[in-house]
Design a protein around this ligand. Structure first.
Ligand code: LFR
Length: 467
């Protein structure tokens, strides 16, 4: 994405897009990381061809996954968090430190694929012995671009190995401190302390492009690679055009990240039991949210239909789903059985049958059922977020791909009884670009100021709740 930021000016456009298809090999599900990196270089080449004055670049991606390194060498292909290997790591970790103790230290929700569990699985498999460092996915890409190893703080907060920030520091610069690596926990879990690189905050400079990289992408200048909210959700939340602190957000894509922004974490037992997370945000904010399964249910269903020889059309299916008038099952989208790739329509039918629900009959009914169930989960999760954090929510922002799904936006308004403000669809890229721009002196001020810029450049579409 090529962004352009100036005084009162913000625009963004895609210069390259490529699929991100994981690969299953005999030992499990992996990311095709070299293919991704090749495409990153191709994208950078397209960007500097379009605008040779590019000031900086920054990387964000999904969280929790990593490459093990020895010196500059990557030891094996990173695993995908949807791989099943981490299950053994969960049991091994909880045998050493209980989940309640983990939560009071890191504030991180329990997800079976959190980095600490994956690392426990690697430890059991003997794969850590040769490694002398670990790089989360965006940090790996930044390392390949610059030769500098760092751990960007918002993404590091999803490892489960970072201490949650105790106090509230809502500063205006991007350098407010978050938590540090929890060395005592790392030692108790039998993980090598040396694996974890120095932390850097969003807004900091990682380094300039390596000469070879600059030559390969045709850049006339070795511009800087900057740290942003490298956890995609952190960048997305930074760009939610929230005007008040009574607004909630849903970053709706493969996952739905549903919650509010806070100045300090909520670490109560009720919060742990509800599986809410306190992830690190840009400028030291707390992303108090819960992972809800997301449009993955829809994209995996489309994939299953395609594999079965059909050629489904998502827009047509959604239009048809909006016209469904009969009852459809509202099911629990968070069933862990939906996590791994597979035949999603069959899994949903099976889940419904096991829970006394009549399974959807047609593809349109299935789509309606997924969207209704997501909206129901959004409403439930927002109510819990409000209660646990003592926030009164007056509006709900939806950003990301789901903000283009009119049925989802309307049903969310209906089920929450709150106005929904939809967009921007590319919130993650916009949050990334804005934090870069601020670090380059092209934008100034607090997140509130940056968000006001987003609201002006991308006015949200409003959905009122229907009675
Ligand atoms: C969203 C996301 C979520 C994280 C999940 C796995 O893309 O980053 O925030 O929980 O992917 O990394």
């Amino acid at each position: 994405m090529l962004g352009h930021v100036g005084h009162n000016e913000l625009s963004i456009r895609p210069v390259a897009r490529f699929p991100n298809n994981p690969v299953r090999t005999i030992d499990g599900l992996h990311w095709n990381i070299l293919e991704l990196y090749r495409n990153v270089l191709g994208g950078l080449r397209a960007a500097v061809r379009e605008d040779p004055t590019v000031a900086s670049a920054a990387v964000d991606s999904w969280a929790v996954d990593y490459a093990l390194m020895r010196g500059e060498r990557m030891l094996g292909n990173p695993y995908h968090y949807r791989d099943e290997r981490a299950a053994a790591g969960v049991a091994a970790t909880h045998a050493l430190v209980g989940q309640d103790e983990l939560y009071s230290g890191s504030g991180l929700q329990f997800l079976p694929f959190n980095t600490l569990y994956q690392l426990a699985a690697d430890r059991l498999a003997g794969s850590l012995a040769a490694a002398d460092s670990l790089l989360l996915i965006p940090d790996l890409v930044s390392f390949w671009l610059t030769g500098t190893m760092v751990a960007e703080r918002t993404n590091a907060s999803t490892t489960g190995l970072l201490r949650v920030r105790a106090g509230s520091t809502t500063g205006t610069s991007a350098t407010t401190a978050g938590g540090d690596w929890d060395d005592a926990l790392i030692a108790r879990l039998g993980l090598p302390k040396g694996l974890f690189p120095s932390l850097i905050d969003a807004g900091g400079r990682i380094g300039s492009l390596l000469p070879g990289v600059a030559a390969e992408i045709g850049a006339g200048r070795r511009f800087d690679v900057v740290a942003v909210g490298s956890h995609d959700t952190a960048s997305a939340v930074a760009a939610v055009p929230m005007a008040s602190d009574t607004a909630a957000y849903i970053s709706s894509g493969t996952w739905s990240l549903v919650g509010v922004e806070l100045a300090s974490p909520v670490l109560s037992e009720a919060s742990r039991a509800a599986n809410f997370t306190n992830e690190g945000g840009v400028d030291g904010r707390v992303r108090y949210l819960r992972n809800v399964m997301g449009l993955w249910l829809l994209s995996e269903s489309m994939r299953a239909w395609e594999q079965a020889g059909a050629s489904p059309n998502l827009a047509a299916l959604l239009a048809e789903a909006a016209r469904v008038t009969g009852p459809v099952p509202v099911f629990d989208v968070d069933d862990p059985g939906f996590l791994a790739p597979g035949d999603m329509p069959a899994r949903i039918a099976d889940h419904c049958a096991r829970h006394g629900l009549r399974p959807p009959g047609t593809p349109a009914e299935l789509v309606r059922s997924i969207v209704e169930s997501l909206a129901a989960a959004y409403a439930r999760t927002l109510a819990t977020a409000a209660e646990l954090s003592g926030t009164r929510i007056s509006a709900v922002h939806i950003v990301g791909g789901g903000s283009q799904n009119e049925l989802l936006c309307q049903l969310t308004a209906d089920r929450t009884g709150l106005p929904v403000l939809a967009g921007p669809v590319e919130a993650t890229a916009i949050g990334n670009v804005l934090v870069q721009a601020r670090s380059q002196g092209l934008a100034t001020g607090s997140l509130e100021g940056l968000r006001a810029l987003v609201a002006r450049a991308f006015p949200p579409r409003r959905y009122e709740p229907r009675t």
